[in-house]
Design a protein around this ligand. Sequence first.
Ligand code: FMN
Length: 215
Amino acid sequence: VSAGGPDQARPFQELVRRRFSLRRYDAGRPVAREDLEAILEAARLAPSAENSQPWRFLVVTDPGVRARLAEACFTGIFLPTRFAAAAPVIIAICAERAKPILRAGEAILRTALYQLDCGIAGEHAALAAAELGLGSCWIGWFNKRGARKVLGIPGHVEVLALLSVGYPAAEAGHREKPRRSLAAITHRDRWGTPFVSPPAGAGGSPAAEEDTRRS
Ligand SMILES: Cc1cc2nc3c(=O)[nH]c(=O)nc-3n(C[C@H](O)[C@H](O)[C@H](O)COP(=O)(O)O)c2cc1C
């Protein structure tokens, strides 16, 4: 694993390193239509259980709709998400669960596979945005009922998350990724057997790693 600097030999690793949750947008700089299409195309090509492709993307660019969305979604207890109101694009990541056989499987597995599918597709979109020099932020904390109402999303379609997209504001700086170490999140062959040795000085204390989860 590279120590931190740009990794030109492995552009994907470099892209993953570069993507971060952007919360300060250049509200005056729109995103080109072809860039939005590239972002959505990356999402479209994501894998999904049984190739069910449950994702639906509602792309909001109209300033009036964005303002109404912000009013409906980022107020009250959802005020911390207000930063997203400045993003020139908000993509509502929705799901349409079609196949009854998959629903039965999900009940047996107790795993919402369709949510995994939409998460994968959404992250494809986020990475595609990063490749284009755009920033993005996953948003789970918003008023879903408000979003449904403003965007006219029908009852059989689930609203899972929003992805704000836009160019960074001039003052938006890049941050290091606070993350748990590889040793803290991996096992080899059997739960409890380390996959890698803990980094020197990590101490192995779960509390020390706890602080690094959210930025
Ligand atoms: C499913 C999901 C929901 C999230 N919801 C929010 C949110 O509502 N508000 C927010 O500011 N960040 C949200 N985030 C961003 C995370 O806080 C962020 O990914 C994490 O702190 C790691 O930072 P990084 O993305 O800059 O690497 C969300 C991320 C994910 C994956």
